[in-house]
Design a protein around this ligand. Structure first.
Ligand SMILES: [Zn+2]
Length: 145
């Protein structure tokens, strides 16, 4: 894909974000395209509408790709998104097998435009603990005897 083709699809992702706002949803839009630029699926943020913190468009498309595409096909796709994927979505995208991401606004640019977008709480994690007990289901699954 050329830079011009990427920009055309990126503009479509921005249009999806604008359409989301018109529907009362948060201003984020994404699409998944095949190697030739064919749009396979589109999504926008429906966190408020669905009362679902995971309803980011990038994660919706990652889940769709993992469910609907074989690994080789997924690897040939590009996710175009109006803003850089957050940590939650980046993890989902990596697991989905999607081959490439192209975004418009970086996280830093988004936070400049809306400082609340950078208010990610930190959660303290404790561990590791109970190794021998915790490994039992892992061993049962991955090393069945
Ligand atoms: Zn996200």
């Amino acid at each position: 894909m050329t830079i011009t083709a990427d920009q055309t699809l990126l503009r479509r992702a921005i249009d999806i974000a604008a359409h989301a706002v018109a529907q009362g949803d948060a201003p984020y839009g994404s699409l998944l395209a095949g190697p030739d630029g064919t749009i396979l699926a589109e999504a926008h943020n429906t966190v408020r509408r669905d009362n679902d913190i995971t309803a980011h468009p990038e994660l919706k498309l990652a889940r769709w790709a993992a469910r609907e595409l074989d690994p080789d096909t997924a690897a040939g796709t590009t996710l175009y998104t109006s803003c850089q994927p957050c940590g939650m979505c980046a993890g989902g995208i990596a697991r989905s097998g999607i081959g490439r991401v192209v975004y418009a606004l970086s996280t830093e640019q988004l936070v400049e435009l809306n400082p609340q977008s950078g208010d990610w709480p930190t959660v303290t994690q404790h561990g590791p603990a109970l190794f021998d007990e915790a490994r039992a289901p892992i061993d049962a699954y991955y090393r069945p005897s």
